[in-house]
Design a protein around this ligand. Structure first.
Ligand SMILES: Cc1ncc(C[n+]2csc(CCOP(=O)(O)OP(=O)(O)O)c2C)c(N)n1
Ligand code: SF4
Ligand SMILES: [Mg+2]
Length: 280
């Protein structure tokens, strides 16, 4: 598909509605980068996409704001909905947006099994390190010792590395970037949409309202500086010990591989069953 020659405008892909995000929220950057990726892939509109999202601030990114078909599911259940959509409409791009709580908290088992099955969808997880929409409670992704609404003396648990988890579960593509890496993010979204198989992009993102203030940041610029200064490219991280990596954000492409997908496997079994029924 050739890239569109017209200049990029989010208006092409978005309904004329006011976005629900707080000023300075990372969800603005993610929305913009995703739609830029769609534009650069040559899609004139979103008619070849179906979006699924659960509950939370990040889950509002596609629905109802994108001019597209979308399903807003209960909290944590976007991937099961996307599984059904994918199997019934195998030619469309199925993209899930969700927060770290939605995807890696309440919905974690669905994520692992989707990666294991190599379900051909793209999952974009906005990791703002808290449950943002409900007021900034500690999440499975909150960095150790970080103050949140429910850990006023600092979090006493270590965060889950969700990107590495999906790699070990069997994902075809996985990358992690932050909102301070808009260009890399856009490229990762392009890769995720075009991957044959399960694709995962973790976006470490700022929530100035429910995370930043409590965690000790003065404003959005300071959080973005923290992202930039603490990000370590995967290749460099591989040469560093665990101690030196404590508190760092390892960014880059973690895996890109071609494997049979769930849709291919399901349709192959259906074909086989059909042939057997015809000959019996
Ligand atoms: C079954 C269920 N449990 C709890 C909630 C309350 N709830 C709504 S959003 C949310 C967490 C959202 O956090 P996250 O997914 O990280 O999204 P964010 O708002 O941070 O983008 C919770 C616990 C709910 N809506 N449904
Ligand atoms: S609460 Fe946080 S994540 Fe939610 S819209 Fe506001 S800044 Fe964004
Ligand atoms: Mg969150």
């Amino acid at each position: 598909m050739a890239a569109l020659t017209e200049a990029f405008s989010v208006k092409r892909y978005m309904r004329d509605l006011k976005l629900p995000f707080c000023p300075g929220c990372g969800c603005f950057t993610i929305t913009n980068s995703f739609l830029r990726a769609v534009h650069e892939l040559g899609y004139e509109d979103l008619s070849r996409f179906i979006f699924c999202s659960g509950i939370g601030c990040a889950a509002w990114i596609p629905s109802p704001y994108f001019k597209a078909d979308s399903i807003h599911t209960p909290h944590g259940r976007s991937i099961p909905a996307a599984t059904g959509v994918r199997l019934m409409r195998p030619k469309l791009n199925v993209v899930v947006f969700g927060g770290d709580g939605d995807i890696a908290g309440i919905g974690l088992s669905h994520l692992i099994h989707a990666a294991r099955r190599n379900l051909d969808i793209a999952v974009i997880m906005v990791n703002n390190m808290v449950y943002g929409m409900t007021g900034g409670q500690v999440a499975p992704t909150t960095p150790f010792k970080t103050k949140t609404a429910t850990t006023p003396y600092g979090s006493f648990e270590h965060p889950l590395d969700v990107t590495r988890l999906v790699v070990s579960a069997g994902a075809s593509y996985a990358a992690r970037w932050t909102t301070a890496h808009a260009r890399n993010l856009k490229e990762a979204f392009k890769n995720a949409v075009t991957t044959k198989g399960f694709a995962f992009v973790e976006v470490v993102s700022q929530c100035p309202t429910a995370f930043g203030r409590r965690a000790g940041f003065k404003g959005v610029a300071e959080i973005l500086r923290w992202f930039k200064e603490n990000s370590i490219q995967l290749k460099q991280a591989e040469k560093m010990g665990e101690e030196k990596l404590a508190g760092k954000i390892v960014v880059g492409e973690f895996i890109r591989r071609e494997l049979p997908t769930l849709t291919e496997n399901v349709y192959a079994v259906l074909e086989e069953a059909k042939k057997r029924a015809e000959t019996s």
